[in-house]
Design a protein around this ligand. Structure first.
Ligand SMILES: C[S@@+](CC[C@H](N)C(=O)[O-])C[C@H]1O[C@@H](n2cnc3c(N)ncnc32)[C@H](O)[C@@H]1O
Length: 477
């Protein structure tokens, strides 16, 4: 019986036809209604226990499998199914790629009515595991317990966890012993920090009552081999903090940047917190093969608050694609909108006349200047500003009319004023890099007033998840 004495709805023998919103399976009810199903892959045939019923769709969980899809594979990770991180580990990677390519094309066509002249094949990731350079783990004194643990009662006296939040449970954390997303020494560092904290009785954070010491652990590993660790504490217990950080540095001499912050706010965002350096440098360097000489590397400074693409090998593939779509001959003035720490700008500057990067975060622009100099590039300029206010006719008068614009906005896409200004400037070519093809579709739909969308290529930066990056190139009509 349901909560109010209602009998739960169970849909029988539903065929999972597709994947959909946030990676859930998609099936249909007998009367043709869409049903989103958790815990399945396309091709499975299941009974579904419905927990959400709306006029146009239902949502539920598979309770019984009548047929397993031929595209199922054995997940690599022991935490699969509980951890919300890689929901598609049980789905063949080539099928994930097929789905992502189709999803991008659907979004562009259906949401933006975008007519793309040519779709290039999706660019898959050669290393579909251990590809991330940044992970953030949470401490909690409310460890998520599995059904078996609860039933056995054996582990009930171990309440602390260091890992990931259980989807939809803001105070419950799944204790992670081996994550397949970040390369070594990530797992070893996290497990050492947990063991040290437990054996020294350092209190794990109590999210409900906002008390305890240990809040979050961020680990950054770079292709250069450098490692950054940042631990967030709730209160300033110096002796305990020093003890933990000193032990960590001794155990892992490969940590080149060990930092911490005291954050007693209600939320655990570090972006408005002061960061203190315990040992090493206050940044690490990430590296990427140069365009013309792939055996030499471009280097990028990455601070604890800096954005850097989280799949650094695939970021190179993405930037090569953006550069090829930009089709530069060496003389052009290029604007790089939403430049972050200037990584795309530096990559483009290898082949452009001049590149002007714009970005709203002042620290990122400081890093962008540093990165350009570090890489010996003297044809870049970086300006801080909110794009909708910065990209004006006056800006163009001061910095020059761009021949090509590359834009890489956050998930929300571009502000309508930015799209309008692009239409006013009318550069001959626009390269649009996006991590959300739904908002990209909206923006491209508007840009079609003056542009033809020539080519589109999805680049998979996030294997085992439903996320996908997409690059398109537009030519002035
Ligand atoms: C998807 S990231 C792209 C960064 C960079 N292109 C790269 O590949 O590393 C988006 C960037 O847009 C910046 N941003 C977000 N909103 C902005 C705004 N309104 N104006 C300017 N920059 C903004 C973010 O700080 C972030 O650096």
């Amino acid at each position: 019986m349901g909560r109010r004495g209602k009998k739960p709805i169970v849909l029988e023998n539903v065929l999972v036809r597709d994947a959909g919103a946030k990676g859930k399976g998609v099936g249909k009810t007998e009367d043709g209604r869409v049903v989103f199903i958790q815990g399945v892959v396309p091709g499975d045939e299941v009974d579904v226990r419905v927990f959400k019923k709306k006029r146009s769709y239902m949502e539920g969980k598979a309770t019984q499998f009548h047929k397993y899809s031929e595209d199922r594979i054995e997940p690599e990770c022991e935490h699969f199914g509980l951890c919300g991180g890689c929901k598609w580990q049980n789905w063949d990677y080539s099928k994930q790629l097929e789905y992502k390519q189709k999803e991008v094309a659907n979004n562009l066509a259906r949401l933006g009515h975008v007519e793309v002249e040519e779709y290039l094949d999706i660019l898959g990731c050669d290393t579909p595991y251990f590809y991330r350079n940044k992970m953030e783990f949470s401490f909690s004194n409310k460890r998520w317990m599995t059904q078996e643990e609860v039933e056995s009662g054996v582990e009930i006296n171990k309440p602390n966890a260091l890992g990931f939040h259980i989807p939809g449970m803001w105070d419950k954390v799944l204790d992670i012993t081996h994550c397949h997303l970040q390369p070594d020494p990530s797992n070893a560092i996290r497990n050492f920090v947990r063991e040290y904290a437990l054996s020294n009785n350092l209190p794990f954070f109590d999210l409900r009552n906002q008390e305890g010491l240990l809040r979050t652990l961020m680990i950054r590993t770079a292709l250069s081999g450098e490692v950054m660790v940042l631990i967030q504490f709730y209160r300033d217990d110096r002796e305990d903090i020093e003890g933990l950080l000193t032990a960590l540095q001794e155990k892992f001499p490969e940590i080149t940047s060990l930092q911490f912050t005291i954050n007693s706010k209600g939320n655990d965002s570090i972006y408005d917190c002061d960061i203190e350096l315990h040992s090493g440098r206050d940044h690490i360097f990430e590296e990427m093969p140069a365009y013309y000489k792939p055996d030499t590397k471009l280097k990028f400074k990455v601070g604890p608050k800096s954005f850097y693409q989280t799949n650094p090998k695939q970021a190179h593939a993405l930037y090569v694609q953006a550069l090829e779509f930009a089709d530069l001959n060496g003389d052009e003035l290029v604007y790089d909108l939403y430049t972050g720490t200037g990584t795309i700008a530096c990559f483009l500057a290898q082949k452009a006349g001049r590149v002007v990067g714009i970005e709203s975060v002042p620290e990122a622009i400081e890093d962008a200047h540093f990165n350009a100099e570090l890489n010996g590039l003297d044809n870049t300029e970086f300006i801080v500003g909110d794009m909708k206010d910065a990209l004006t006719a006056e800006f163009v008068a001061e910095h020059g009319m761009p021949d090509v614009v590359v834009t890489d906005p956050p998930r929300d896409g571009m502000h309508a004023k930015v799209v309008e200004q692009l239409l006013n400037m009318a550069p001959k070519r626009i390269v649009y890099v996006s991590c959300n093809s739904a908002t990209q579709a909206r923006d491209l739909g508007l840009l079609q007033e003056k542009y033809t969308v020539k080519k589109s290529r999805a680049v998979d930066m996030f294997p085992q998840t439903h996320h996908i990056e997409n690059v398109t190139v537009l030519e002035l009509k």
